[in-house]
Design a binder for this molecule. Structure first.
Ligand SMILES: Cc1cc2nc3c(=O)[nH]c(=O)nc-3n(C[C@H](O)[C@H](O)[C@H](O)COP(=O)(O)O)c2cc1C
Length: 325
């Protein structure tokens, strides 16, 4: 039962569960080097906290993402391909997130699965792809609004296709988006708009200027531009540049509750989880996903208590120590 599993056991069980569902690789199509993911992971692992045990407090991880209450400041990242895991895989994930008081974002995928996810009662955000056919962008945004999404957005980073083996696919489907399209998309939906895939201050400031309410500092897991600045390295610079004008989230390589604490200490409001959610689903469907969120929250509470931080906002003051061995 996922109830009894520790985080490492949940992930280990998830590999078997994903294989049993016919999912050959627990990671998305690889970049040639994959340094954004490996360096992100190494960077996170090099960050340490100084405990303040004499100042220990009861800690509460509850937070808000775009005004939506969540029990842990994390969300399920937008992921296409849920149907390859089974007709009900996304709904099972949505139910697990709903039970854990978490938020679901959706990536590439159709209206039917979006509607089924919304119907579970979990707050759903639709992240539309940067389609070359801009009409499709507007239709998908409209559809998301009509079906009850709480926010929408676009992953601006994934227009160059996907490296699969030594060839690139989907490169005709997507395209870089003009300022005009993004401004119009944001004005058109009237839902809060999230720009995902920001890695530099320049794009971050443009997203603010175009009217976004939030940005995701992200390397798209391992599937974005190889050798681009790792998101964890970019995060503090972007947070400093945008200030309180937008909420800043981060993803790529985050696996634990302590990783979330580190992300928040560097100024993020919430952290996105992709592959970890797939593993949690593989370990126990809805129960596995719920267990993952609960374990992340429990680890956060232990660390926050030891840091003397009663709530997520107070994590901003925490100084991280970087130790490179
Ligand atoms: C199977 C899979 C499919 C994905 N599909 C999308 C997508 O459709 N849109 C998108 O913006 N990001 C997509 N992503 C990227 C995730 O939203 C997220 O940025 C990434 O997985 C975070 O890194 P992590 O997996 O290390 O947590 C996908 C990731 C995976 C693993």
């Amino acid at each position: 039962m996922p109830e009894q599993l520790a985080l490492s056991q949940l992930y280990a069980k998830g590999v078997g569960g994903l294989r049993a569902a016919g999912y050959a690789r627990p990671l998305p199509p690889d970049a040639a080097l994959g340094t954004p993911l490996s360096v992100n992971r190494a960077y996170l692992d090099s960050l340490f906290f100084t405990p303040r045990f004499f100042s220990s407090v009861e800690a509460d991880t509850s937070s808000k993402i775009l005004g939506i209450p969540v029990k842990v400041p994390m969300f399920c990242g937008p992921m296409g391909g849920w149907k390859t895991l089974g007709e009900d895989a996304l709904v099972e994930c949505a139910r697990g997130l709903k039970a854990a008081g978490a938020l679901l974002t959706l990536g590439i995928g159709g209206s039917d699965e979006l509607q089924r996810a919304v119907d579970t009662g979990v707050p759903v955000v639709k992240i539309v792809k940067p389609y070359r056919n801009t009409d499709l962008i507007f239709r998908k945004l409209e559809d998301a609004k009509r079906r009850g999404c709480v926010a929408v957005g676009m992953d601006i980073d994934h227009f160059h296709g996907r490296l699969v083996g030594d060839s690139v696919d989907l490169d005709d489907t997507f395209a870089p988006q003009s300022e005009e399209t993004v401004r119009n998309a944001i004005a058109h939906t009237r839902l809060p708009f999230i720009v995902k895939g920001v890695l530099g201050v320049d794009d971050a400031l443009k997203a603010v200027e175009y009217g976004a309410k939030a940005i995701v500092v992200s390397n798209h897991g391992q599937a974005s531009l190889d050798c681009a600045t790792p998101s964890v390295v970019a995060l503090p610079h972007i947070v400093e540049a945008v200030g309180a004008r937008v909420e800043v989230y981060v993803d790529t390589g985050f696996r634990t509750g302590n990783d979330i604490v580190k992300g928040l200490a560097m100024g993020a409001v919430a952290v996105g989880f992709g592959n970890s959610i797939l593993l949690a689903w593989g370990a126990g469907k809805a129960d596995g996903v719920r267990r993952l969120v609960e374990l992340l929250g429990a680890e956060m509470r232990r660390t926050m208590s030891a840091l003397g931080c009663p709530d997520c906002a107070s994590l901003r003051k925490v100084q991280l120590q970087r130790i490179v061995t």
